[in-house]
Design a protein around this ligand. Structure first.
Ligand code: SAM
Length: 350
């Protein structure tokens, strides 16, 4: 099915049921089984580049982080390594390369990937052909036992609702049709704002799936020790406002211009995620700038080791690492947050 056909189908849904919230539009555009952005792509580098696709050092240092947490957890004989939204599988491959340096951890590891897209699952199997992995729909389906959970640029594709205050009343942004049957943004009648948001202006976003995620982590960590580490972009404490963006072929495009053909993303509400996790009595560390975390985990040491091993590519590799850690590039805009079982105490590296 082409992007045009998905647009027609969305228009038909709106004609039948009325304007849809941004969250439903986002869900259809990303995950429709026939035409959704992730459902129909085995990769996305044409459209945007993530940290693991920028430098192998990103995944390798998360491998180091995993080794440190495993040691802190008392070297459990079995450790679930669970990745949420693994994309092409690059980060897991790089983590596992580093984890090979901890032979006992390598033996203890059981790898689970939480991935919605069937095509990306196939791509992950190819990337990780040398390893035993399993795919699951939800973190609830991962095996029991101690766990390290990681997710890079996973939270920013969770569907958001958007609210706008007009003349003192909050209204929800919706996707509707104009007289020419083109997709357009509009506003609902007045609604109550979901509780717990911290708007700093007349616009605010809400990600209902964050509640679900914290519920799942709380349930899991009440039975098995574990730490989750998410890296993404978004404000530290305030709720994001009007941050829905679409990317296609490296360019930012209008979110309604090519449903299913462009990636849709929004800033992560780190403040709300941290607040929900704290309210559930989980341990929260961060958000901490990605560059600070990677430097603490030894980015410059890894840069030297890789450069010495491959002098012909040393400058190129250094430039890629600089992209990850430099505050002017990804180092400050991207942040890491760790959410853990309270019994584990503060996460190392924060
Ligand atoms: C922006 S990509 C990031 C990929 C990878 N982590 C990286 O950094 O290169 C988002 C990933 O999350 C997956 N994803 C998005 N929503 C999901 C959901 N609700 N459940 C499982 N996977 C999801 C996508 O299919 C994709 O693999």
């Amino acid at each position: 099915m082409s992007g045009g056909e998905l647009r027609t189908r969305i228009a038909e849904l709106i004609s039948r049921d009325g304007p849809m919230p941004v969250s439903l539009y986002m869900m259809i555009c990303l995950h429709d089984p026939h035409a959704g952005y992730y459902a129909t792509r085995a990769g996305f580098n044409r459209d945007f580049t993530t940290a693991p696709e920028t430098s192998q050092v990103f995944g390798e240092l998360l491998g180091v982080w995993t080794g440190i947490q495993w040691t802190h957890m008392g070297l459990p004989k079995k450790l679930n390594l669970i990745e949420m939204g693994p994309g092409r599988g690059t980060m897991m491959k790089d983590m596992l390369r580093m984890i090979r340096m901890f032979p006992r951890l390598s033996e203890a590891l059981d790898v689970t990937l939480v991935e919605a897209s069937p095509l990306l699952r196939e791509e992950q199997k190819r990337t990780l052909a040398a390893h035993t992995i399993r795919h699951v729909e939800s973190i609830d389906d991962a095996p029991p036992g101690p766990a390290i959970i990681v997710g890079n640029e996973f939270l920013d594709c969770l569907p958001i609702r958007q609210f706008v205050r007009v003349a003192g009343a909050w209204r929800e942004r919706q996707v509707g049709l104009n007289a020419k049957r083109e997709l357009v943004f509009g506003l609902s009648p007045p609604v109550d704002l979901p509780p717990g948001l911290s708007p700093t202006s007349d616009e605010v976003e809400h990600t209902p799936a964050l509640e679900l995620l914290v519920d799942k982590l709380t349930r899991r960590f009440s039975e098995h020790p574990g730490r989750a580490l998410f890296v993404d972009y978004g404000p530290d404490t305030t709720s994001p406002a009007d941050t829905l963006r679409a990317y296609s072929q490296g360019q930012q495009v209008h979110p309604l211009s090519d449903p299913g053909g462009s990636d849709l993303t929004a800033d992560v509400d780190f403040g709300r995620l941290a607040g929900l996790a704290r309210a559930a009595k989980l341990q929260v560390d961060g958000p901490l700038a990605q560059g600070v975390l990677l430097n603490k985990l030894g980015a410059s040491i890894r840069e030297k080791v890789l450069g010495d091993a491959n002098p012909a590519r040393a400058r190129e590799m250094s430039a890629a690492i600089e992209t990850l850690v430099s505050p002017a590039q990804m180092g400050e805009r991207f942040k890491a947050i760790a959410i853990s079982a309270p019994s584990l105490g503060p996460a190392q590296g924060f």
